[in-house]
Design a binder for this molecule. Structure first.
Ligand code: ZN
Length: 151
């Protein structure tokens, strides 16, 4: 089990050091800002919708390693998914990180690398760090389409 924890640790460190899709998104038609005052994490999620599908997604922000790694992993998990599927992934992810610590982490293939964040369930304060980007994604999906601003 400790080997597995080390592996998860590696995924989080890697995504913190080299966050994926970490930039603004030209032509984004939806966006939302999120803030976790408990830790100081801030994130902006950009979406470019393709019908009901998340055609492209990116994020910017600053915060702790957990918040940044979670946002990075999230962008990889939901890119190309429909709104409903993305929200379903969030529900499973949220259930995983808030489960009691004595419940074994299910080897849920649908969560993929997101399983690496299961360890935050032992640190309730960190749950907010790990879920910030997801709540922000949800807000962006629910927001009215932005007029496209060209500069
Ligand atoms: Zn944090």
């Amino acid at each position: 089990m400790s080997d597995l924890s080390d592996l998860y640790q590696e995924v989080i460190l890697d995504h913190n050091r080299r966050p994926r899709n970490f930039h603004t998104l030209a032509g984004a038609d939806r966006r939302a800002h999120g803030h976790n005052p408990l830790c100081g994490d801030r994130v902006t999620v950009f979406l470019k919708m393709d019908g009901d599908r998340i055609g492209d997604i990116a994020f910017e922000g600053s915060g702790c390693a957990i918040s940044k790694a979670s946002a990075s992993l999230m962008t990889e998990a939901v890119k190309g998914e429909t709104t409903d599927d993305a929200l379903a992934i969030f529900d499973r992810f949220h259930a995983m990180i808030t489960a009691p610590t004595d419940v074994p982490v299910e080897d849920d293939e649908s969560l993929g690398k997101l399983v690496s964040l299961a360890g935050v369930r032992s640190f309730p304060v960190r749950v907010k760090c790990a879920s910030l980007a997801w709540h922000t994604l949800k807000a962006a999906l629910a927001s009215a389409a932005d007029p496209v601003v060209t500069k």
